[in-house]
Ligand binder design. Structure first.
Ligand SMILES: NC(=O)c1ccc[n+]([C@@H]2O[C@H](COP(=O)([O-])OP(=O)(O)OC[C@H]3O[C@@H](n4cnc5c(N)ncnc54)[C@H](O)[C@@H]3O)[C@@H](O)[C@H]2O)c1
Length: 397
């Protein structure tokens, strides 16, 4: 199954079909670059010493809104040698060539995949194209960083994970937020026990956003989900989802997810492209502290509140007493570093060492699984749906 939000009968009017496999491989003749697995593994071993002394040859696919950020970072980072952009839109290729005259621009990924000097492919195209493009790149023996989400169905995500494993290649979903220093500051507070038991988290991610054919859950929820899974470090067991499609049937612009995590913590996520201003705020309520993370507050994104409500057991015959705690507010210093640069450094490290990147396949699978269950819940008017158990996802990864 895949991310179909409505369960409605197919609309006679043309609309994006998220359930159909977009056969981009056939469209762009990507299959011709496929190499048998043993040859690829051998090629990788042969090329390893060379990449240890020079940058990893890299290509970007997609130069729309997000691709230029990846291209700039790849071009700046010493770990990579930025060689090629692939975008099927000629205007985007021209814009790229003006900015990066030293790199090649091609319309067809097959051309880039035939180039043995390209060892890594970074995919920044719309989500429904991720599967076919990532599969083609893996089949050609390239390491792959694919923008979030890993794929638009669990079947496709699992297939990509299996292919990468079989060919001993890095497959990394681009969950950029877990490289953010502010997100990591909150993670440290939680993992070091400062926050206490996390009771719940609220997350709001809204603005007058760029309309995308895949719907708001596919576009924005991977951010919230990656941060929540990274912070809480335990799997989601159930999700209930509802949403609204105001402009186009089957494409929700607003959604509300309620997530239950193993161990009892819950989270509520509000995401929307229809909001008057940009909101990127998460609040963690723990038994010891409360933490606010506001990604729009550049200088002070994290605030730690020593606030809460304690219950005191009765000392004599009588009622429990509630005590309000209202202590200090601490604004920790958070280092400034571009998360995308750190993510690409992690990708290079994973290629060179074979170690798992922080944003790894297991995380990518978990997120697609939650999104798939959320899509089902939304079709069933908010009925909570289970998420694939952790052990199953780990096996797939
Ligand atoms: N990590 C983040 O914070 C972040 C932020 C924004 C977007 N994204 C992700 O980046 C990806 C791209 O989003 P966007 O907003 O830049 O999309 P976009 O529509 O603005 O750009 C996509 C580009 O890819 C090209 N393209 C599409 N299919 C292609 C194909 N088969 N071969 C070659 N080129 C192709 C298009 O011509 C276009 O230039 C999405 O997966 C999105 O989720 C991530």
């Amino acid at each position: 199954m895949s991310l179909d939000w409505t369960g409605a009968k197919p609309d006679p009017a043309p609309k994006p079909d998220l359930t159909a496999e977009t056969d981009l491989a056939a469209e762009t003749d990507l299959a011709v670059t496929s190499e048998p697995a043993p040859a690829v593994a051998q090629l990788r071993r042969q090329s390893a010493p060379a990449t240890a002394t020079r940058g990893i040859g890299a290509a970007v696919v997609g130069y729309g809104y997000w691709g230029p950020n990846l291209a700039r970072n790849l071009d700046e980072r010493a770990e990579f040698t930025f060689k090629c952009l692939c975008d099927r839109d000629a205007t985007q290729r021209q814009a790229f060539s003006r900015r990066f005259p030293h790199a090649r621009a091609v319309a067809d990924l097959a051309e880039a995949l035939r180039d043995r000097a390209i060892e890594a492919v970074v995919i920044a195209t719309p989500p429904q194209s991720h599967y076919a493009l990532a599969r083609a790149a893996l089949q050609a023996g390239k390491h792959v960083l694919v923008e979030k989400p890993l794929a638009t169905s669990m079947a496709h995500a699992r297939e990509l994970a299996a292919l990468a494993q079989e060919r001993e290649l890095v497959l990394m979903p681009g969950h950029t937020f877990i490289y953010s220093p502010a997100v990591n500051a909150v993670r440290d507070l939680i993992s070091q026990g400062e926050v206490g038991d996390v009771h719940f988290v609220t997350s709001s991610r809204m603005n007058l956003g760029k309309y995308q054919a895949d719907g708001v859950v596919c576009d924005l929820a991977p951010h919230d989900l990656s941060i929540l899974l990274y912070w809480l470090d335990r799997p989601v067991v159930e999700v209930a989802a509802s949403g609204r499609s105001v402009l186009q049937r089957g494409v929700p612009e607003t959604a509300f997810l309620t997530l239950s995590f193993e161990g009892g913590a819950t989270a509520n996520v509000q995401i929307s492209w229809l909001a008057p201003r940009k909101v990127r705020q998460m609040i963690v309520v723990g038994s010891k502290l409360m933490v606010q993370y506001d990604d729009t507050a550049a200088d002070e994104p994290v605030r730690v509140y020593d606030r809460g409500l304690d219950i005191q057991a009765p000392t004599s015959f009588g009622e429990h007493q509630l005590i309000y705690r209202s202590g200090d507010i601490v604004i920790p210093r958070v280092a400034s570093a571009e998360p995308l640069g750190l993510e690409l450094a992690d990708f290079a490290h994973a290629i060179r060492t074979g170690e798992q990147p922080r944003s790894n396949v297991a995380l990518g699978l978990q997120i697609v699984s939650v999104m798939e269950s959320a899509a089902r819940s939304m079709r069933e008017r908010g009925v909570p749906r289970p998420v694939a158990p952790e052990h199953e996802l780990r096996r797939a990864a």
